[in-house]
Design a protein around this ligand. Structure first.
Ligand SMILES: C[S@@+](CC[C@H](N)C(=O)[O-])C[C@H]1O[C@@H](n2cnc3c(N)ncnc32)[C@H](O)[C@@H]1O
Length: 195
């Protein structure tokens, strides 16, 4: 609830890009203020669940793509990616943030929320200090996912390098949320997207 309120107060409007949109929980909230939402996820099944949740809302454009390969086809007024950044390995962080900046208009807004390290209750980092979290189920099955808990300072620095000023707040529980604005063009060159 606090995260949803934080999203609402971060004023994402116009054409919004939602990265790793999943089942559409956040898309539903974004639709309250956005003119359009481009929901990007690598899983067609997630998009189908989202489409059903949102009853085929025509303001949503679904893109099935791996974000690390995706080349944006337009520039956006806002970019959002909740419960995603902690799945980005450090080897891909700079490229990911650079891509976010390149597809964001000057003055465009960013919002994201994620877990803090304290939220890691059911998983263990394997090896400790690495980027893989392992979860063992009672039936003996094991799942491994990339999990990297970036510090607030690391996040702020990385976005600043790409021309995005970010403010981060912790909730009283296990989460944080971040919002910000692109105040200058990224320094590194990349494909230019027309406004
Ligand atoms: C932890 S979920 C977050 C979903 C949603 N944002 C939420 O909070 O409910 C991560 C989502 O990222 C998607 N995903 C994983 N790897 C991806 C990639 N390389 N490119 C795009 N989406 C990816 C998954 O299919 C999944 O829907």
């Amino acid at each position: 609830m606090i995260l949803i309120e934080a999203l609402a107060s971060s004023r994402l409007s116009g054409d919004v890009l939602e990265i790793a949109s999943g089942t559409g929980i956040w898309t539903e909230e974004l639709l309250r203020s956005a003119a359009s939402v481009t929901a990007l996820d690598s899983s067609l099944e997630m998009h189908e669940r989202s489409r059903s949740r949102l009853m085929g809302n025509p303001k949503v454009r679904y893109v099935v793509a791996d974000i690390y390969d995706w080349v944006p086809d337009m520039s956006y007024d806002a970019v959002t990616f909740s419960f995603w950044l902690s799945h980005v390995p450090v080897s891909k962080l700079e490229d990911f943030v650079s891509n976010v900046s390149r597809c964001l208009k000057l003055g465009g807004r960013v919002f994201f929320a994620d877990q803090r390290r304290e939220a890691l209750i059911h998983e263990v980092m394997d090896p400790p200090g690495g980027e893989i979290a392992r979860r063992s189920l009672i039936n003996g099955r094991e799942f491994k996912i990339i999990k990297h808990f970036y510090s607030s300072e690391e996040i702020i620095r990385c976005f600043l390098q790409e021309g995005i000023n970010i403010n981060i707040s912790n909730t009283a529980t296990l989460f944080y949320y971040a919002s910000g604005e692109k105040y200058r063009a990224p320094e590194k060159s990349g494909p230019v997207i027309s406004p």
